[in-house]
Design a protein around this ligand. Structure first.
Ligand code: S3P
Length: 424
């Protein structure tokens, strides 16, 4: 196996969490008063949410890395006469649709070519059950979406897929309903919305897998966004695979609905230590110390852990390519509906690179430890695929040309800068 031997010794900071940045903007926009957000993620996705909210009349001021949002309550958004553009962001279109459904005006929300290919029936169905006037302007289940804001009714909804975007869409719509909206999850997905709505004074109760929300105005707050564990995971894998390396990643969010990557790394033999664990407002954070090792082993990843590492699967596949033995990842149907069909994007690239990979129904199997040969691979314009291939290139020492590698700015604009700093 070809693997870089030059050790990594670095201390880095990672930009703010993408999921939390979206929610911070949306929740403060419909709260009362001036919220201050520190360490907001300035990436294309989170800025798409900001642009939509500004177009809906919200005053947002940027002052260095601090953002001030002037909220005026649940019903303060104003009709936008043009099309709201969610660009590449699934979180923007799906969660904003919940807010727009409960508002008192009509909207059209759309996105780029990739977003237009991602299923929206998963939100159209529950929102329609709540009485929303939402329909697709193209084909049945795709953007653009036409939303006629109106009074909504509360529902009790059994989640059909394990998706935090869908859950959050229903929760935001639930803010506008009389009565109690209940969501029953099969598997727990990221719970940033629940934590943040309650922190802003909203009314969410959680009883095991049942989440209940009642209408309620929220009040402005100050918050600070933890570092994004999904972004940190690229460097955790990089350092783990190089024996003798030491990397300290400061202030990373370790909400347990997001730490599947840590469990997988540890189960494959990686040395990961949490230091200085504490609460940053309502989210747990810590510094993550990674020590590299030469003994990483394949593993089986399946079932309830999948939603807690759904965005990390591309980089877990890279880890698997450098581990001894086989890694099997099951129950990843959802991966086909991300910014690209990530199963196809990974398999295509790995096959070209000479990595042994097999696709089966609902999963993939990777045989690690083989030789990797440099070539051209396609990111399919998917930020997490581009970053995963970049780490693969550094680890293997092979020249891998990544088509459209600048797409990392969707979630992590400083990715190459931090990588160069680590490798300096
Ligand atoms: C997100 C939830 C996940 C994740 C996406 C962000 C969120 O999507 O893949 O990158 O912010 O709620 P699903 O909820 O569709 O699985």
């Amino acid at each position: 196996m070809n693997i870089r031997s030059k050790k990594i010794k670095s201390v880095i900071n990672i930009p703010g969490d993408k999921s939390i940045s979206h929610r911070a903007l949306m929740i403060s926009s419909i709260s009362n008063g001036v919220s201050v957000i520190h360490k907001f993620l300035f990436s294309k996705d989170s800025l798409a949410t900001m642009e939509c909210l500004k177009n809906l009349g919200v005053k947002i001021e940027i002052d260095d890395s601090r953002i001030k949002v002037f909220g005026n309550g649940l019903y303060s958004l104003k009709k936008y006469d043009d099309v709201l553009d969610a660009k590449n962001s699934g979180t923007t279109i799906r969660i904003m649709s919940g807010i727009l459904s409960g508002s008192s005006f009509d909207s059209i929300i759309d996105g780029d070519e990739s977003l237009r290919a991602r299923p929206m029936d998963r939100i159209i169905k529950p929102l329609s059950l709540m009485g929303a006037g939402i329909y697709s302007l193209k084909k049945d289940k795709f953007a653009p979406l036409n939303i006629s804001g109106r009074k909504l009714n509360s529902i009790s909804y059994n989640m059909e897929i394990d998706s935090a975007q869908v859950k959050s869409c229903i929760l935001f719509a639930g803010l506008y309903c009389d009565g109690i909206t209940k969501i029953i999850e099969n598997v727990k997905t990221r719970d940033h919305t629940e934590r943040m709505i309650n922190y802003f004074g909203g009314n969410i109760q959680i009883d095991k897998n049942v989440i209940s929300i009642q209408r309620g105005e929220m009040e402005a707050r100050e918050i600070s966004i933890p570092g994004d564990i999904s972004s940190a995971s690229f460097f955790m894998v990089l350092a783990s695979c190089i024996d003798g390396s030491e990397l300290l990643i400061k202030d990373v969010g370790i909400n347990e609905t997001r730490t599947g990557i840590i469990n997988v790394l540890r189960s494959m033999g990686a040395d990961i230590e949490f230091i200085n664990v504490h609460f940053n407002y309502f989210e747990e954070v810590c510094d993550i110390k990674v020590r590299g090792t030469s003994s990483l082993f394949g593993t089986l990843i399946e079932g309830d852990i999948i939603p807690t590492l759904i965005d990390e699967i591309p980089i877990i596949c890279v880890l698997a390519a450098f581990a001894k033995g086989e890694t099997i990842i099951k129950n990843i149907e959802e991966l086909k509906y991300k910014e690209s069909n990530r199963v196809k994007s990974i398999v295509d690239g790995f096959v070209k690179l000479g990595i042994e990979i097999y696709e089966f129904e609902d999963g993939i199997r990777i045989v690690g430890g083989g030789n990797i040969k440099g070539c051209e691979v396609n990111s399919y314009n998917d930020h997490r695929i581009a970053m995963a291939f970049m780490i693969l290139s550094v680890l293997s020492g092979e020249d891998i040309k990544i088509i459209n590698k600048s797409c990392v700015d969707i979630s992590f604009p400083s990715f190459y800068e931090i990588l160069n700093y680590i490798l300096r």
